[in-house]
Design a protein around this ligand. Structure first.
Ligand code: GLC
Length: 430
């Protein structure tokens, strides 16, 4: 296993600590982000257990009464980021955004609970279990009101994969105009060629303005939204999180809660079949606006492995598909297939590698017994960080580190891979 500098990774988390919560990186992202924090909590758990608990507890300070865990919690003001609280216009006591992000929280909670035992662990886990359950119930009522088994996102930012080609067609259909003037701050920190385009931002903000005008009320948002996408990654992550929630529910939940979680898992597992594209050998998003799947092959399409969704045959097909990508772009795992004409190796979610996604894909292959491929991905992730820095993302054609530097969730993943390597084979899986 490639060695990385563990002290450097820990130092990044310490430097990005703002008092119980960790910013993704200095300046570019000055608040607490939802799925970043879940991964970061698992990273903290490898060396500072108290801090791991705090990360999760501070995130739920932003949880809404209806159960939603927002994608950003604006704990302290900053001029470094657009759109800030004045654009979101939400009503929570601590300002937050009005949308969510992939629900890694319950997976992180289970892991922190298993690693970070201690005198108050039971009470802390019991409270956070309630928060996780409320958030999963919210996903079901707010984002799958027709109970199809699969949830839909209402904004590309909810996927965490902001400018994925999977959103192109739906975003191109948007005729809405933003009412908020757009004052991007990201491109004053990072080269514009590595970020979403102005056109993307115009549409991102147009959706924010639309939902703000309906007071962020989920039923109204669902009714008026011109963007309703069944994202593969969100559903896979939610499924894995439900699996982890069910384990926690054995200790902290009631019989009724356990059956509710199990029932929605069964519905979701069956519904996933509609996202499988046999010709492309991958899962693809479903656009509820058109009723058709979106023919874009992205790293999201491999994530059902993480949740144990595919059959053994489908898992083998996913492994073959990934090998075909790697014949074109040698560093795993590109966020968009290098065989797709929309592949751009430096532009954010249209090609670059993201350590958190690699981690989940590797865990997924391991779950299916593809141990060599899993370990190849973990090792490549460590090598990318050793050679390219603990960067926000990496170019899959050259391995170059891109975007923000000294990045929290990338550091967290390096700590998790390192700890698993130390623990050796036979360790507990996520
Ligand atoms: C970007 C990413 C998103 C992440 C955030 C903070 O918006 O697309 O996934 O959560 O940055 O790192």
């Amino acid at each position: 296993m490639t060695t990385i500098d563990i002290e450097a990774a820990r130092a990044i988390l310490r430097a990005n600590d703002r008092g119980g919560y960790t910013v993704p990186t200095d300046r570019l992202y000055p608040f607490q982000w939802n799925w970043d924090s879940a991964f970061v909590a698992m990273g903290w758990a490898t060396f500072d257990k108290e801090r791991a608990w705090r990360e999760l507890e501070r995130l739920v300070e932003g949880q809404w009464d209806d159960g939603m865990v927002p994608h950003i919690v604006f704990h302290a003001p900053s001029d470094d980021y657009f759109p800030g609280p004045d654009v979101w216009r939400t009503r929570h006591a601590i300002p937050t955004s009005g949308i969510t992000q992939p629900p890694v929280f319950a997976t992180a909670l289970r892991r922190v609970f298993e690693i970070a035992r201690g005198p108050d662990a039971q009470a802390r886990a019991a409270r956070l279990y309630r928060c996780a359950l409320a958030s999963h119930d919210w996903w079901e009522t707010a984002r799958d009101p027709e109970r199809t088994g699969l949830v839909a996102i209402l904004h590309p930012w909810e996927s965490g994969m902001d400018n994925s080609p999977a959103w192109d067609e739906a975003m191109a259909r948007l005729t809405l105009q933003p009412t908020t003037p757009i004052r991007r701050r990201d491109t004053s920190h990072i080269g514009a060629e590595m970020r979403p385009k102005d056109e993307d931002y115009r549409r991102f903000i147009a959706l924010v303005d639309l939902y703000a005008s309906y007071g962020w009320e989920p039923a109204a948002m669902w009714r008026v939204s011109p963007f309703r996408l069944v994202d593969v990654a969100t559903n896979a992550i939610l499924h894995k999180a439900d699996e982890d929630l069910l384990v926690l529910a054995e200790q902290f939940g009631t019989e009724a809660e356990r059956s509710r979680i199990a029932a929605r898992m069964a519905r979701r597992a069956a519904a996933f079949a509609s996202l499988w594209n046999q010709d492309r050998r991958i899962y693809q998003a479903l656009d509820l606006g058109t009723g058709s799947t979106v023919d874009a092959s992205t790293s999201a399409g491999l994530l059902p492995l993480f949740a144990g969704i595919p059959s053994a045959g489908q898992a083998a097909a996913l492994a073959d598909e990934l090998e075909a990508w790697l014949a074109r772009a040698p560093y795993p795992v590109p966020s968009t297939s290098p065989l797709d004409p929309r592949f751009e190796p430096k532009r954010y979610w249209r090609g670059p590698i993201w350590a958190v996604v690699n981690f989940m894909i590797a865990e997924g292959f391991e779950r299916y017994g593809h141990a060599a491929l899993a370990s190849r991905i973990h090792q490549a992730t460590q090598a990318l960080m050793r050679d390219g820095g603990i960067a926000e993302y990496f170019d899959p054609t050259s391995g170059e580190g891109l975007g923000g530097s000294r990045f929290s969730w990338t550091a967290a993943i390096s700590l998790m891979i390192d700890q698993a390597a130390v623990a050796g084979p036979g360790r507990d899986k996520m």
